[in-house]
Design a binder for this molecule. Structure first.
Ligand code: AKB
Length: 316
């Protein structure tokens, strides 16, 4: 990886990934792009930033050519709850953007990363310790685009030799940028609510287990996977990775260890609850561990401590 273009760089993953890539690979070697250009945003202000709509294929290829990019990290996509509310837009953006990005990667021989998700699994996937290679029949538009995306990335590798790599991200928890419309977002909202109101009204029901990961581990995973020698990879699109699995009661208990006064009630959102119930309880990351050394550092309590500390500094 020498010169990296990131799409969707203002999102939850992008805003932290761009900062880390600028540190590791040099400010002049990271081209952050997004469809909007907000003011007072570190991604826009602290390095190269360009407006790019991933549906505009010509604009994407011209940008890759003019910056002599060698790696494309394609993050622009709708998350599960939003894609379920607008399924046609979800298909168009998630698939249309990916096809454009893969075509550009093929033409310019780029290394390529795009995230898949635990959403690529469905209700008839084995629920516990979900294997790397298993049944994938998701029942959400988001999941349909993630499975199709995994297959398409493998196709571009097999057919055209594009060096495509990906992971199935679980819910990602971070304090810097809010996620935009996912099912696992409750696990971020809960920390904000704990500090701002001392109380959270949870939209996911007790007992609903889902895989999760703290953002620094997710960023490390992307960089590790993208820098490992290709000979080590048996799988490519996309690796199961998870750092923890919990339900709302478990994260509540973790917060109460730091803030005993914190309380939680439930107001379950039927749409997001149905999506959550169609996903695994816990996935098996052993292929990622074996093939490229995936090793998350944060468990639930370590993440809770850091989230509460960093957010309280932010709210001062
Ligand atoms: C979502 O909830 O949609 C995402 C995901 C697990 O892919 N966080």
């Amino acid at each position: 990886m020498r010169r990296i273009l990131v799409t969707g760089s203002l999102g939850q993953i992008g805003s932290e990934l761009v900062e880390r890539l600028r540190q590791d690979f040099g400010i002049e070697n990271v081209i952050a792009t997004d469809i909007r250009q907000p003011i007072n945003n570190p991604v826009v202000d602290n390095g190269i930033f360009e407006l790019l709509d991933v549906m505009d294929y010509q604009a994407m290829r011209e940008m890759v050519a003019s910056y002599q990019v060698d790696t494309l990290i394609h993050l622009a996509a709708l998350l599960s709850a939003v894609a379920e509310a607008k399924p046609q837009v979800g298909w168009e953006l998630n698939m249309g953007g990916l096809v454009n990005a893969l075509e550009v990667a093929r033409e310019f021989n780029l290394k390529f990363f795009t995230p898949s998700s635990i959403g690529a699994f469905g209700p008839n996937t084995p629920k516990d310790q979900t294997p790397q290679d298993t049944i994938q029949r998701p029942t959400t538009m988001y999941g349909v685009t993630k499975v199709a995306g995994e297959l398409l990335c493998d196709y571009y590798y097999e057919k055209f030799g594009v060096d495509t790599r990906g992971v199935r991200f679980p819910g990602l928890i971070s304090y810097k940028t809010l996620p935009g419309g996912g099912t696992t977002d409750y696990a971020v909202d809960i920390y904000y609510a704990a500090l701002q109101k001392g109380h959270y009204d949870c939209f996911i029901a007790p007992g609903t287990l889902m895989d999760m990961m703290y953002m620094p581990d997710a960023i490390d995973a992307i960089i590790q996977l993208m820098t490992v020698e290709p000979e080590k990879l048996i799988h490519r699109n996309a690796f199961n990775i998870s750092a923890m699995s919990f339900d709302p009661e478990m994260i509540k208990t973790s917060i109460q260890k730091v803030m005993p006064e914190f309380t939680m009630t439930y107001q379950v959102d039927p749409v997001r609850q149905t999506i959550a119930e169609s996903w695994p309880n816990s996935i098996d990351s052993s292929c990622a561990i074996k093939e490229w050394g995936f090793a998350p550092k944060y468990d639930l309590d370590a993440m809770t401590c850091e989230m509460l500390t960093k957010l309280s500094e932010k709210f001062k």
